[in-house]
Every structure is written in structure tokens, then in C-alpha cells.
Write a protein that binds this ligand. Structure first.
Ligand SMILES: Cc1ncc(COP(=O)(O)O)c(C=O)c1O
Length: 406
């Protein structure tokens, strides 16, 4: 095929404007590094928004995708597929006894959790208007489908798309009383990210998650965890909620699970696994052998390379160094997060700082508020973490001196 325009022209001419205009054309990646079409090298601390968990082109992931492509690419859920069976077993061994549903994205995982809450409410109630309230949280983010958006109490996400689905009352993160005040007879579930990603890296404390677990158990509500961003080892445990020692009723996953290959998944605990009955939910591509082979390679590599321990060890020093920068520069108010899911909270709009970091070779991604997120791959070499500190230090020093000369 012959093309008349270059990539930038094609984007400008033919792409819908739902994304801002990207500033780089990325052509190649290797572990924590990517290169643009001008040959410039960057430390990629965006990783496809917390997705390339093994970095770029990890040999085990490449081999798994390659081998699977030579065997079977797609048949749909009309048939059994070995990679999907194996992935179910591998995820049950991580999450506990229960069942899996596979989809293609985080939004579909959220949608599935919301549908689970409806099945739960419909089963419990004999009335024409079954209970269906799902308590969500300020600064939460659950995706761009209607269920996901409705569960996302952020004006910039919902604007222009009204009406939303009803009955997603909003409680305050880390405030159990705000949850208790909202819960009534129509409430069926609580839906929460253990660490809010898009909303600005706000960590749900272990004690808050424990209180939510206890409250759900006492009131007979489902505790639904959205681990789309925080899962697959990013915080140094396979799921972020493990630090609280709780067992949720269902978990949504996506992003890092496929290491960059699209896959979403929902684990439902044994007690509620039979709510989905044949024909009640589905996805043509969900659990496709390519995606499952990729996810299996990610899980195997996490184990083989001891990546959870690695994230814990390396992130400790790195976060300490980031905190030192927060003490050194007034503009950097706070470092939040855990492991390799980190937010730098600035006193003002960090666009100029983000651009400087990029031109000095460090890619970051915005989150809600004045936050820049740092999301290195679980495989990032220690020296690249040090290098990121040097780049941030230099950029903040330059901005501080600019601020004093103005
Ligand atoms: C916590 C959480 N849930 C759901 C989603 C939606 O995932 P996707 O973009 O794959 O639909 C995201 C994406 O950022 C997320 O961070």
C-alpha cells in the first residue's frame, strides 16, 4: 500500500480529536527505553499508561506472542483454548478460589463488575426495581464506557455525555463514615481502586480497605476492586490490596496483565461465581489465545525474575530520592503512591516541567490535578531509576531558577 501523508499529517487529517495531539512518534522500544522517529532516546516512565509491565519487547513476551501466532490466533469462546484455561488457573492461584471472565480492556472489566452488581441485586430482590446502588469514590476512575463513566465522578469525564446511569453515590476515599452515611437498602456494592490512578495517585489506606471489607460483610454488599492500574505487580505485590490482607468479592484487571497486549479480566470469588449464567455476558475477543499467551508470559516472567521483590527493593530507594527532591523544591509538594505507581504533586500546572522532562529524555504522564505520574516497567534497571532522579532534579532546578528571575 502506498501512503500520501506522513504520520503526523495522517493524525491531523483523519483521526478524531478525542485525544490531544501527540508530540512524539515512537518507533521502537527496548525494556525501559523508547526511540522516536528522529532517533531520540527516552526513558519510558509511562509504559503505555502502566501497561508494558515487562518493559518493551521482553524476549519472553515476544516469544510467547510469536509462538502462539504460529499456532492459533482466534477462535472465540465457542471453543476451549489451552492458553485461556492456563490463565484461569494462574489467576485463581493469585486471587483465590473463584472464576474468571476475560475481556479486552479496563473499561470492559469495570462494565463486567457493574453487571455483576446488577445480577447480585436482581437476584436478591423480588420487586420490579431491584436494588442497584453502587457506592463509588471521589477522584475515582473506572473507564469510558457508560457504566465506567457513570462510576467515575469527574466532570471532565462525564461532560457532554449526559445522562449517566443512575445510582452511583459518591463517598470520600479513606472516610468510612462517608460510606456508612450513603449505604441504604438499595445499595448492592462498593467499587473502589486500592490506589486511584487517573484521579491523581490517591492511596486507599490499608485500614480503610479493611473497614470496607468489614462493612460489606456486615451489610451483605459486594466489595468490587478495580485493580486495572494498580494490579499485576505494579505496587510490589501482585494485587495492590494484598497489603491490607483483605479478600474482595471481585477484581477487575487489565493494563499490565498483557504487558502491552490488550486483555482485561474479572475474577469473581467462589461465593458469587455462579451469578453469571450461560448467555448472560460475553465478548468475541475476550480471552483470545494471543492475549492469554501474552498474559501467561507476563505472569511467568514476574515469577521467574522475582519482579515483585524487585519492585519493592528498587522502589524504596527511588521513592526516598523523590521525597528528597520534594524537600528540595517548593514546586514539588508531595510524592504519592507505592512501588512503581507514583505521582508527583506540583503546586501548579506541571505542563512546562513535563515538556522539559521529555526534552531531557524522560517520559511522564499526567493524572488528575497537577500530578505527573511515573510508571516505569517492573523490569527497569536501577541505573535508569537514578537517571530519572537526575533528570527531574535538573528540570526542577531550572524551573526554580526561572521562577526567582521572574
Ligand atoms: C482504575 C482504572 N479502571 C479502568 C480503566 C479503563 O481502562 P481502559 O482504558 O483499558 O478501558 C483505567 C484506565 O486508566 C483505570 O486506571
Amino acid at each position: 500500500m502506498k501512503f500520501q501523508k506522513n504520520t503526523e499529517e495522517q493524525y491531523q487529517a483523519y483521526r478524531l480529536k478525542n485525544y490531544g495531539a501527540p508530540s512524539l512518534t515512537i518507533v521502537k522500544g527496548e525494556n525501559e527505553k523508547v526511540w522516536d522517529d528522529q532517533g531520540n532516546e527516552y526513558l519510558d516512565f509511562v509504559t503505555g499508561i502502566a501497561t508494558a509491565s515487562l518493559g518493551h519487547c521482553h524476549p519472553s513476551l515476544v516469544k510467547a506472542i510469536h509462538d502462539q501466532a504460529n499456532k492459533l490466533i482466534h477462535v472465540s469462546n465457542l471453543y476451549q483454548m489451552q492458553p485461556q484455561g492456563n490463565l484461569c488457573e494462574a489467576l485463581v492461584s493469585r486471587a483465590g478460589p473463584g472464576g474468571l471472565f476475560f475481556c479486552n480492556s479496563g473499561a470492559e472489566a469495570s462494565e463486567t463488575l457493574i453487571k455483576l452488581s446488577r445480577l447480585f441485586g436482581n437476584k436478591k430482590s423480588t420487586s420490579e426495581n431491584p436494588s442497584n446502588k453502587v457506592i463509588v469514590f471521589n477522584n475515582g476512575f473506572h473507564g469510558r464506557t457508560f457504566g465506567g463513566m457513570s462510576a467515575t465522578p469527574q466532570e471532565k469525564i462525564q461532560q457532554g455525555f449526559f445522562p449517566m446511569l443512575n445510582n452511583f453515590p459518591v463517598a470520600q476515599l479513606n472516610d468510612i463514615e462517608s460510606v456508612e452515611a450513603l449505604a441504604d437498602d438499595d445499595t448492592v456494592a462498593i467499587f473502589v481502586e486500592p490506589i486511584q490512578g487517573e484521579g491523581g495517585i490517591h492511596v486507599a489506606s490499608d485500614s480503610f480497605l479493611q473497614n470496607l471489607r468489614q462493612f460489606c460483610t456486615e451489610k451483605g454488599l459486594l466489595l468490587l476492586l478495580d485493580e486495572v492500574q494498580s494490579g499485576t505487580g505494579r505496587t510490589g505485590t501482585f494485587f495492590a490490596h494484598e497489603s491490607a490482607g483483605i479478600k474482595p468479592d471481585a477484581i477487575g484487571m487489565a493494563k499490565g496483565l498483557g504487558g502491552g497486549f490488550p486483555i482485561g479480566a474479572v475474577w469473581v470469588s467462589e461465593a458469587y461465581a455462579d451469578l453469571f449464567t450461560p448467555g448472560s455476558h460475553g465478548s468475541t475477543f475476550g480471552g483470545n489465545p494471543m492475549a492469554c499467551a501474552a498474559a501467561l508470559a507476563v505472569l511467568e516472567t514476574i515469577e521467574k525474575e522475582n519482579l515483585l521483590q524487585r519492585v519493592c527493593n528498587l522502589s524504596r530507594t527511588w521513592i526516598e530520592q523523590l521525597n528528597n527532591l520534594a524537600e528540595k523544591y517548593e514546586s514539588l509538594i508531595e510524592i504519592r503512591g507505592r512501588g512503581f505507581l507514583i505521582g508527583m504533586d506540583f503546586s501548579e500546572d506541571p505542563t512546562a516541567i513535563q515538556n522539559d522532562l521529555q526534552s531531557q529524555g524522560l517520559l511522564t504522564v499526567r493524572a488528575g490535578g497537577n500530578i505527573l505520574r511515573l510508571l516505569p516497567p517492573l523490569t527497569v534497571p536501577e541505573k535508569s531509576l537514578h537517571q530519572s532522579i537526575e533528570i527531574i532534579d535538573a528540570a526542577l532546578a531550572q524551573h526554580a531558577s526561572l521562577a526567582t528571575t521572574h
